[in-house]
Design a protein around this ligand. Structure first.
Ligand code: MSP
Length: 523
């Protein structure tokens, strides 16, 4: 089916991930959220671009590489090839691009951007002394620090990493960020959706209201970074470099038409890096005379045992630990359904197993298997035509229609959990419909043949609608189901905003269990 476009453009990004370590499920969480949005928009005919990638400069990577006896470039190459690119497959991502900050297309245009700011007077030389957290790659305000405990007693530690901060004194280049405080506040006022959710917006606004400092944007004590173009004894501060990936990847500085087509973006970020995206980044863009992002969404943290899950605190879980047992569909579904997008969510194996069993295996998978088995058994696999419709049949059609429309509206608000919840109302309604209509009883009475056919027709149509609406989330199961339903082409090519219109015709083929039972809980 040819893909139509209604002309809207949609550009979604994830943070670019530090390559000092391998991915955990917190990283994969942002990736699957962005992927579902991208797939949904593509399937609505929008001109869509999904960007992700890796953040490879800075002291943190340099130190890890040195500790492992290799150069930072060697370390980054290894981690990207062995850990970060394989993640794309592990969780079935449909990214259009993968940017690495060590690529020429990035480095050259970071220099171009910086030179432009220098030439227009937004950069000056200054001195800075402050507490630096290498884990965050950020100077910390005294109020952001905690008193260390145990091994770190007597020292100040970062509230996020629980590791000591380092007192640095450097002569650096500074970006006149303070000049943009008023413009930033006006932006948050005029565009209330710019920073989401509301709690994130409030936090960012009070931060800017309390006064903005200028930003140190270069380092001279090490050299793993993009060289400052007018002074090669400095490298660009890793965050300043990293944020620019969002524009260098789509043509900034080298392909104006591409840049025009893609920018501005919807940025999905964890709430710990919200200020970089909602304060520093728009200020940088304002200084360069470029459009600010479309919106910045700060999602919550995955908590394990009540704390932010993290490798440094040894609570990190690798995505493959989940996908090896439950599959990528269950991974994608679980995190996006169980957690209100924008709030923290606790991960537990018990909860994952329970939802897998009740919602995916029993709720959706079983519905699909039963309906297709009945079409095979009672109609020799031929999808029957519908006869006269009852209220019960009409109610299913109505739910198909509202689910199609309501889910899309939820996606526009970035309420992914709500979109899936809305579609699940159709799963539940169809299960209730089958229980009430009892097609197995109708099949015993030749006089009820037409009614049996209408019920199976309605159920098959409902399944087709589900296959289309769930295809951005359950990428593999819906492809299998679509084939079994005899759908034309690939399910991802069917317009998601017209999901309810699918009628079904021809024959079905047998369907294996979409979500096989997992008896023992994985630990
Ligand atoms: N390199 C920077 C981002 C630069 S973007 C221009 C960075 N990288 S990171 O690898 O440390 O983190 C990337 C993302 O993972 C952040 O959005 C962070 O919030 C997210 N997560 C890390 N641990 C997380 C959880 N436990 N839960 C959810 N997300 C978490 O920061």
């Amino acid at each position: 089916m040819e893909r139509m476009s209604d002309g809207s453009s949609f550009f979604v990004t994830t943070p670019i991930f530090y390559v000092n370590d391998v991915p955990h499920i917190g990283h994969a969480y942002t990736e699957v959220a962005a992927d579902v949005l991208a797939r949904w928009h593509r399937q609505r005919g929008d001109d869509t671009w999904f960007l992700t990638g890796t953040d490879e400069h800075g002291q943190k990577i340099l130190r890890t590489a040195t500790a492992n006896g290799v150069t930072p470039q060697e370390w980054a190459d290894k981690l990207v090839e062995e850990a970060w690119k394989p993640l794309l497959e592990t969780i079935d991502l449909s990214n259009d691009d993968f940017i690495r900050t060590t690529e020429k297309r990035h480095e050259e245009n970071v220099q171009k951007f910086l030179q432009h700011l220098y030439d227009t007077g937004y950069i000056y030389t200054g001195e800075y002394e402050g507490f630096y957290c290498v884990g965050c790659e950020e100077y910390k305000q005294p109020g952001d620090l905690l008193d260390g405990e145990g091994d770190y007693a007597g020292q100040k530690v970062c509230a996020i990493h629980s590791k000591p901060v380092e007192l640095l004194h450097e002569k650096n280049y500074f970006f006149k960020m303070s000049a943009f405080a008023e413009q930033l506040l006006a932006l948050y006022e005029e565009r209330p959706d710019f920073v989401q959710p509301e709690s994130a917006r409030n936090e960012v606004m009070s931060f800017v209201r309390s006064g903005l400092d200028d930003l140190s944007i270069s380092r001279s004590s090490f050299d793993w970074g993009v060289k400052v173009p007018w002074d090669e004894s400095h490298v660009v501060y890793v965050w300043f470099d990293a944020l620019l990936n969002y524009v260098t990847a789509v043509g900034y500085g080298q392909d104006d038409a591409e840049f025009e087509r893609r920018w501005p973006a919807t940025h999905l970020v964890g709430k710990d890096i919200l200020r970089f995206h909602a304060v520093i980044w728009p200020a940088m863009l304002m200084a360069a005379g470029l459009q600010v992002p479309h919106r910045v969404f700060g999602h919550g943290w995955l908590l394990v045992g009540g704390e932010k899950m993290s490798k440094s605190k040894l609570t990190g879980i690798a995505p493959t630990q989940i996908t090896d047992t439950f599959g990528s569909d269950a991974f994608r579904y679980y995190f996006l359904r169980a957690i209100h997008f924008g709030q923290d969510g606790s991960f537990s194996w018990e909860d994952l197993h329970a939802r897998y069993t009740s919602e995916l295996a029993n709720g959706f998978g079983n519905l699909a298997s039963r309906v297709i088995a009945m079409v095979n058994r009672y109609c020799d696999g031929v999808i029957p035509a519908a006869g006269d419709m009852t209220d019960a049949d009409a109610a299913i059609r109505a739910i198909e229609r509202t689910a199609t429309a309501t889910a899309s509206i939820a996606i526009d608000r970035l309420a992914i959990h709500e979109a899936i919840g809305t579609v699940w109302e159709l799963v539940d309604a169809l299960n209730g419909y089958i229980t009430e209509q009892e097609p197995w009883a109708l099949a015993k009475d030749p006089e009820k043949r037409e009614r049996l056919e209408t019920v199976l027709n309605t159920a098959v149509r409902g399944l087709g609608t589900l296959a289309v609406l769930l295809s951005p989330v359950l990428t593999k199961a819906t492809a299998t189901l679509w084939t079994a339903l005899g759908g034309d082409g690939a399910v991802q090519d069917v317009r998601i905003d017209q999901a309810w219109e699918w009628t079904g015709s021809g024959t079905v083929t047998p369907l294996e269990a979409l979500f096989p039972r997992i008896e023992t809980s994985a630990e």
